[in-house]
Design a protein around this ligand. Structure first.
Ligand code: NAD
Length: 470
């Protein structure tokens, strides 16, 4: 045994020597390398050093760096590997949908072009206001979008001149480590400072606390449920909170019902309903509800018609306190139906059932492909009930209608950060809809569809009595 240990130690020494000879600096503290550290303090210190170096780089260099992240992620083998690993480790979602989400995060997250300078000129001279880095950002990320949030945040934050210390969900530890290393390696190869992205090898609530309390971390970003958003907002420093939603869908009698049905199934089944923007309950006017359900079933929905079976399923997927059972979050419709003895083919993507408006599945964000459908007498009531179900999150809402007045009414009433009309919910994050992609939708703190400028400070630079050339 002792001999084996000696042999292994000798081999490690040799490998480290070889790496040294190839010119790569090796720190004993950074045994995991490429941004992954033993302790949170080391991860923060390395991030602070890296940020100072990044601040010396030009904006064009920053663009080159974020392009290196994009190119690395978009390699087919990497895209497939991180998508597969995320599902394998978290047991949440669908690989094919994770591939789409990771791809749009890499392709459609804005870079430095997002940082538009404002100039004010006049008799008194020239003043400019520019988006400048905060410094080190601490970002807490969810288990439901583990890799896409890391990619999206890294691009936005580095484009803004910041470095980022991630605190991923412990259930997504391995894939986060792999991705952080992958991105840092690509960054270093593109000539970027080392450790622009860091994390600890054992993410935990204790480590997040160290991060939140560190004076070196200038801005906190939390993407997750209400508990973590509240935590960062109580940390005594600038924080961006991207919290939970419970997006309602309203369908009125003017909608293209066949298309609405298809869009709702696509949105609500996407990544097994875990996106915070995904359709979570439907309010359809009674004159079209049968037709809507008919077409939803033609597009991969399975309807539970027995109230007893629905209650059985609801009980099976919920904890005693009504919250979703974490081990069933993001499972497929097929797996969920099997819990109540219903066997279906893989082409069934969504479970639907008629319920009343106060049903637990309507009021609770379940993050599972089970979609309650509530029949409503008229569109005005549907909008009121959608408002109730959204519960003041002001996150995302969807409506299928051709009536501009009612669409406007819904938009004004719900005040959602994202309001999608006549499309699946994911059109709201740039998949089949215009606009950039984010996986940090900051409703509570108001930054909205975050991008590089959301993670910057606005600084004013004044030249008095000169440089106004008009
Ligand atoms: P979660 O709140 O359980 O976890 C999110 C992160 O916070 C994880 O890293 C977790 O480890 C950490 N965390 C949770 N409580 C903490 C505490 N008390 N102290 C320190 N760290 C803590 O959420 P989840 O299950 O990973 O993700 C799903 C939730 O996130 C849903 O509610 C969904 O709507 C929301 N979400 C929102 C957005 C958005 O952009 N607004 C995006 C994705 C997910």
């Amino acid at each position: 045994m002792k001999m084996e240990l000696d042999l292994i130690q000798e081999m490690i020494k040799q490998v480290l020597e070889e790496i040294k000879e190839e010119g790569v600096e090796v720190s004993s503290k950074e045994e995991y390398g490429y941004g992954v550290f033993d302790s949170m303090v080391e991860a923060i210190d390395a991030s602070e050093k890296a940020q100072k170096e990044l601040f010396e780089c030009s904006v064009q260099q920053r663009d080159k760096f974020v392009d290196a992240i994009r190119a690395e992620i978009l390699k087919k083998e990497n895209l497939e590997m991180i998508s597969y690993d995320a599902v394998e480790e978290t047991k949440i979602g669908r690989v094919e949908d994770k591939i789409i989400k990771n791809r749009v995060a890499a392709e459609n997250t804005p870079g430095t072009e997002d940082l538009k300078t404002r100039a004010i000129t006049g008799e008194d001279g020239l003043t400019i206001e520019e988006y400048c880095p905060f410094g080190v950002i601490g970002s807490i990320t969810p288990t439901t979008n583990p890799t896409e949030t890391l990619i999206n945040n890294s691009i936005s934050m580095i484009a803004g001149g910041n470095t980022v210390v991630f605190s991923p969900h412990p259930r997504a530890k391995k894939v986060s480590i792999k991705l952080v290393k992958m991105m840092n390696k690509a960054l270093e190869e593109a000539g970027a400072p080392r450790n622009l992205i860091t994390m600890v090898k054992e993410p935990s609530i204790e480590n997040s606390k160290i991060m939140m309390e560190s004076p070196k971390v200038r801005l906190l970003v939390a993407t997750g449920g209400p508990a973590i958003v509240k935590q960062v907002l109580s940390a005594g420093k600038k924080a961006i909170g991207a919290g939970a939603g419970n997006p309602p869908v309203v369908v009125d009698e003017t909608a293209d019902i066949e298309k609405a049905a298809k869009d709702i199934v696509s949105g609500a089944s996407f990544d097994n309903n875990v996106p915070c923007i995904a359709e979570k309950e439907v309010f359809a006017v009674e004159s079209v509800v049968d037709q809507l359900i008919y077409y939803m079933k033609k597009n991969g929905a399975y309807e539970i018609t027995s109230p007893e079976v629905l209650e059985q399923l609801d009980k099976a997927v919920s904890k005693e306190n009504g919250k979703p059972n974490p081990s069933l979050v993001g499972k497929s419709a097929k797996e969920l139906l099997a819990l109540v003895g219903i066997n279906v083919d893989d082409d069934i993507k969504l479970v639907i059932a008629r319920t009343n408006k106060d049903h637990h599945l309507v009021t609770e964000e379940m993050l599972m492909p089970i979609l309650p459908i509530v029949s409503v007498s008229d569109v005005d009531t549907a909008i009121d009930w959608a408002y109730e179900a959204e519960a003041g999150n002001r996150h995302t809402a969807i409506m299928h209608s051709k009536n501009v007045d009612k669409l406007t009414k819904m938009a004004k009433k719900l005040e959602a950060t994202i309001f999608v009309k006549n499309a699946p919910s994911y059109a709201g994050i740039g998949v089949g809809g215009e606009g950039h992609t984010t996986f940090t939708i900051a409703g509570p703190t108001g930054e909205g569809i975050t991008s590089a400028k959301s993670f910057c400070r606005i600084r004013r630079c004044v030249m008095s009595e000169a440089l106004s050339i008009r």
